[in-house]
Design a protein around this ligand. Structure first.
Ligand code: ATP
Ligand code: MG
Length: 540
């Protein structure tokens, strides 16, 4: 096949040697000096202002390789370092070139700027230049003809590069899973997707899922992976929104100016600023108040916000990761979470399954925890065969609810390891541990039922029996909403919002009071219910 070279004129290397140019290695001329590389045609690409040099190279090639015809083609690049311009001009060139079957095309990548080299590589790889790459070099003596190499991007060497990429992806996925060899297909698919998003996007990520499913841990791993790959320079700032209340919440997040409120004796930077260039992990975002939600929305969208008491906006460019074990769509329906904020933060939404949904991963997780403990203690920790079998059988059975997921599993293993003799867990430790877990989960179910059946908590069973199911379902929902409100006025506003807008009802809290009165329920009873609920959660 006839060989055709397409390459840029080397404005530095092809110009070398004013008086002794035949002694210098000049890539375009030298490419035609190899006895075993017969070039039929050479398309020499250059700017019109380089025409004198191009003509000289053409005549030098004619001298060393008379059978090569050189075609000088002018490509005007305003800026040969501008990726977009170079790429599009080369793409146009490839479209206009009439490639034919019985010619072999070699794209010379030794000359030109790095940008032209990269674009040539990309266009060859993508098949716009249907050929191979030609790489030439000066050899040891820096004299012609030097060396050359033809690189076929379709061939095996390139495959091995592709294999390295895929090995790296496997490593990254394993890193996100803390090296645990999980088997659950759904979970593994989820983590592969998270790996892609981690490396390709800096948009908000929302990690949902039950408590202890590993949301906080995964958020950290995402940060670590981005940092290792130089995608991020700043810090990982984590805040649990459930711990933020009132004025303090605003000031912790957005910072404040000295004197903004009583007690603000110094300027405070705020966590949004601390996360500049890094990741802000807002855990339990469902607990954030409506005012903070509004400010956060603006800060995410515009990257600018006002610290409390300041009239000067602050810029912070952070990536947001949120964690929640609440159903935020439901919170939106109840008016406790902003729909527009939810839409913004759930651009990438991932739900981590609970341990019960991934029974096949319990065994690898047990192994992982034992390894961790062995490392910590500096000696091996293990199960006896029958103890392991009994524990695993229970762990994947319907009796095990793993309501706090990895927290339950890790605590349970830690207890058995501590009580075991010589760090070998036997039947002696497993049996009472299983009983303990069963008891704990049973008690939890009882408490939950007490809390959740709100009607039963505020009216007597006898009265309850007289209610139609219709009224009971309605009352249950009304009580649930009341429980989330600070006072009757707020609850009334939320419940009768539409009629309020239409002005068909004037006093919504009165309307609520009358509704509750029908069942003999006062706002005081609801306050009591709220306190009981808060106490039950604290004791959990
Ligand atoms: N895959 C895992 N294997 C073993 N332990 C894990 C795994 N993921 C998380 N853990 C451990 O389980 C505990 C709970 O994890 P984490 O705090 O990430 O859960 P979470 O989903 O954020 O819970 P919450 O909703 O209560 O904040 C931590 O001690 C963590 O180190
Ligand atoms: Mg968490």
């Amino acid at each position: 096949m006839k060989k055709v070279v397409i390459g840029f004129l080397g404005t530095v290397l092809d110009r070398r040697g004013k008086t002794n140019r035949w002694e210098k290695w000049r890539p375009s001329v030298a490419a035609c000096q190899h006895e075993d590389l017969l070039i039929e045609r050479f398309h020499l690409l250059c700017a019109r202002r380089e025409s004198a040099l191009a003509e000289q190279v053409k005549s030098d090639i004619a001298a060393v390789s008379p059978e090569t015809s050189v075609i000088i083609e002018y490509i005007e690049l305003k800026n040969p370092w501008d990726f977009e311009e170079v790429f599009s001009k080369l793409l146009d060139y490839s479209h206009s070139y009439k490639f034919i079957e019985d010619e072999e095309y070699l794209l010379h990548i030794t000359t030109g700027t790095h940008v032209t080299q990269i674009c040539t590589f990309l266009l060859t790889e993508a098949g716009f230049f249907p050929g191979k790459l030609l790489q030439t070099g000066p050899g040891r003596q820096d004299t012609p003809p030097g060396s050359y190499e033809i690189i076929d991007l379709d061939l095996s060497r390139y495959d091995s590069i592709a294999r390295r990429f895929s090995e790296q992806t496997t490593d990254d996925i394993s890193f996100l899973k803390s090296g645990i060899k999980t088997r659950n297909q759904h979970f593994n698919r989820l983590i592969s997707e998270i790996e892609k998003v981690t490396l390709r996007s800096d948009m908000p990520i929302m990690l949902a899922g039950p408590t202890g499913a590993g949301k906080s841990r995964l958020a950290r791993q995402i940060f670590e992976l981005r940092r290792q790959r130089n995608k991020i320079k700043g810090k990982f700032i984590e805040v649990n929104c459930a711990t933020l209340h009132g004025d303090m919440a605003m000031s912790v997040l957005f910072g404040h100016k000295k004197g903004a409120f009583t007690g603000a004796s110094e300027n405070r930077e705020g966590l949004l600023k601390a996360a500049d260039g890094g990741i802000l992990f807002l855990d339990e975002i469902g607990e954030l108040g409506l005012d903070e939600q509004a400010m956060l929305l603006r800060a995410i969208e515009e990257k600018w916000y006002l610290p409390i008491g300041s009239d000067k906006e602050i810029h912070s460019n952070f990536q947001l990761i949120t964690g929640t074990n609440k159903d935020l769509r439901h919170e939106c329906r109840l008016g406790r979470f902003r729909q527009d904020l939810l839409a913004r933060i759930k651009l990438w939404e991932f739900r981590l399954p609970g341990l019960k949904e991934r029974p096949e991963d319990i065994a690898p997780n047990i192994d992982f925890e034992l390894q961790q403990h062995s490392k910590q203690l500096g000696k091996p920790v293990s199960f006896s065969c029958e103890a392991r079998e009994a524990y695993t059988r229970f762990a994947v059975s319907h009796e095990a609810s793993w309501s706090a997921n990895f927290r339950d599993l890790n605590n349970s293993l830690a207890r058995m390891i501590t009580l075991s003799e010589g760090n070998r867990i036997g039947h002696k430790e497993v049996k009472p541990e299983i009983e303990k877990l069963k008891r704990e989960w049973r008690e939890e179910i009882n408490t939950e039922n007490n809390i959740d059946n709100l009607c039963e908590s505020v009216i007597s069973n006898a009265q309850l029996d007289t209610l139609d199911l219709f009224d009971r379902i309605q009352l249950e929902k009304v009580l649930e909403l009341c429980k989330s409100c600070d006072n009757m006025a707020e609850a009334g506003r939320k419940l009768f919002n539409n009629s309020l807008q239409k002005k068909s009802s004037t006093n919504d809290s009165d309307r609520l009071r009358k509704y509750l009165q029908r069942f003999g329920i006062t706002w005081k009873a609801i306050e009591l219910l709220k306190r009981q609920h808060a106490g039950a959660i604290k004791n959990k």
